[in-house]
Write a protein that binds this ligand. Structure first.
Ligand code: NAD
Length: 261
């Protein structure tokens, strides 16, 4: 039986592509997503499809994975699913936050900022603490977060998410630093601009952004969720055991290229 992975944000985008890739490669899937309407129905169909290719070793939970109460409720279920074995991976691929500027017509509020930083940043820490306490992380387990170039560049409406990304990066760094001695590593993958559902919500001008990115990227295309899925898969190999407290760029070199305005 293959190992189990936990994907937070398993239904679409980077998390969705990673879920598919890992299911196709023999991993059991424990996925969390938070969807309504058509996207919820698509997620249900996706889970059903994956059950087919994993001999039923796929569980999707449609709930707010950033809630500490939800974590407490689901950790015993996760333990039951894995039979008490440590998971191979915890991937944080949740996109849900406020995209607005700090000043102007709709300045970000304290509530919006704290929600964004928690859902897209600090929630990862509480998952790791609880999984670690439940002995669901062990030698060879990987913690991965998804960051972006917005961790050091300023962009229209991206301020609150940028704060969350910086938090996520320092959290993974510190986790890897504290848990590395047990063979548990933590890293961030920095994806380039990727046309996903989340991207369409950051800015009305996302199509223009995509076109500019294609010109800017040394490989003349945007990142695709499958690029990230491939790198997550690589990170699970034993050859990646010593990669810790790092940022793994998955953007075709985009971050090395100057901005096209
Ligand atoms: N799209 C990009 O250009 C890009 C670039 C770099 C990094 N990232 C990062 O990648 C990650 C995933 O983004 P994406 O672009 O794949 O987005 P997406 O919108 O395609 O996927 C987001 C996923 O998060 C889930 N989700 C949202 N809120 C949730 C919650 N409270 N609990 C559980 N699940 C929840 C959704 O159901 C969905 O599965 C984010 O951290 C994002 O910042 C995206």
């Amino acid at each position: 039986m293959g190992e189990w992975v936990i994907i937070l944000g398993c239904s679409t985008g980077h998390g969705g592509a990673t879920t598919r890739k890992l299911a196709e490669n023999g991993y059991g899937i424990i996925g969390f997503h938070f969807d309504r309407g058509d996207v919820k129905r698509e997620a249900e169909a996706f889970c059903k499809e994956l059950k087919g290719i994993t001999s039923d070793r796929c569980h999707f939970f449609n709930t707010n994975a950033a809630s500490v109460d939800v974590m407490d409720d689901y950790i015993p279920k996760i333990k039951e699913i894995t039979g008490g074995d440590a998971v191979k991976l915890l991937l944080h691929s949740i996109a849900f936050g406020t995209t607005t500027n700090f000043f102007g017509e709709k300045p970000v509020t304290q509530r919006q900022m704290e929600m964004t930083v928690h859902v897209m940043g600090t929630s990862l820490l509480y998952w790791v603490q609880k999984l670690y306490d439940a002995k669901l992380l062990g030698n060879g387990s990987r913690i991965l977060g998804l960051t972006s170039e917005g961790n050091y560049l300023c962009m229209e409406g991206y301020g609150p998410v940028s704060v969350a990304k910086v938090a996520l990066e320092s959290i993974t760094r510190q986790i890897g630093w504290e848990l590395g001695q047990y063979g548990i590593t933590a890293n961030c993958i920095q994806a380039g601009v990727t046309p996903t559902r989340a991207l369409t919500k950051i800015s009305e001008n996302w199509r223009e952004w995509v076109e500019k990115t294609k010109r800017r990227n040394p490989m003349r295309r945007t990142t695709q969720p499958e690029d990230v899925a491939n790198v997550v898969y690589l990170m699970l190999q034993p050859e990646a055991d010593f990669i810790n407290c790092s940022i793994v760029y998955t953007d075709g070199g985009e971050h090395r290229s100057g901005m096209i305005l």
